[in-house]
Design a binder for this molecule. Sequence first.
Ligand SMILES: [Zn+2]
Length: 343
Amino acid sequence: MKALVLESYNNLVYKEVPEPIINPDEVLVQVKACGICGSDIHGLDGSTGRRIPPLIMGHEASGIIVSTGKEVTDWEKGDRVTFDSTVYRLDDWYTRKGLYNISDNREVLGVSPGTYRRNGAFAEYVSVPQHILYSIPVNVTFEQAAMVEAAAVALHAINISGLKPGNSCAVVGSGMIGIFIIKLLKIVGASVIIAVDVDEKKLLKAEKAGADHTYITSVNDIPEKIRSLTSGRGADISYEAVGKNDSVNMAVGLVRRGGTVTLVGNTSPRVDLPLQKVVTGELKILGSCAICGEYDQILEYLKAGKLNVDDQISAVAPLSEGAHWFERLYRKDEDLGKVILKP
Ligand SMILES: [Zn+2]
């Protein structure tokens, strides 16, 4: 089969490789669409240590089942599927507690951090365990299904934040995850949604996605402006989708006493924390990791036409041109949004 292989750092090669061999509990999926994730781009140069070559990356994918292992019972050839990016074990203590996203020995498709290597979906075929598969509704396209992973990451953050209808919310960072948080907050019933970003263009996207108020970080005293929108108190919940010192501190500064700060971004390994504000304000600081079952809900929203993901897809290109698109995304000389590759 043909695959886009990270042969060495910064060196993606489209070439012939052996087809994956499936285990008895796995299916072979013919890939129809696979999105390029920010973590793939960051992994390209070795800086994250999570894409050790040689590797086929790609974990935001969809396709058609072409063969099934002999223990596979609920899926058959021809099924249109998408799948979780996390490959978790069913016999794990965390998994049994409903926390498979933080379970022991979990692996991520298209990732090789040194302890394991699991080839992903920038290829004609990928092997996938049956228990992480989801069926794609008939009115949802393969490209839309490849967007489910990113939207599900955003929904997981909302789900763990304990949002109640009518809560006021601040979203720091209007990249793809931030935009999906805004869109989903609108669907689940947040009252006021405030977006904060360093980039004016991203704030325009935030406004289109449903943000009621947007603030660029260069203006003074954003916390005060947000208090004026929330009865003088601050937001009930903030979501941080950048993962840097300034943005995390912004997210902490925007919530009311007793409020919740939900951390999704993790670009920097360490940040400072305004300890006294956190302690004396009894803030809840939550980390949100990946996805824990949110696929169903996102697929339902897509089926019902409630969630628009098309406006986040900026290009659909053949997998053979993958190296070119990775290079453009890596250079960051333009805001490309989501690029989907098709084998
Ligand atoms: Zn991703």
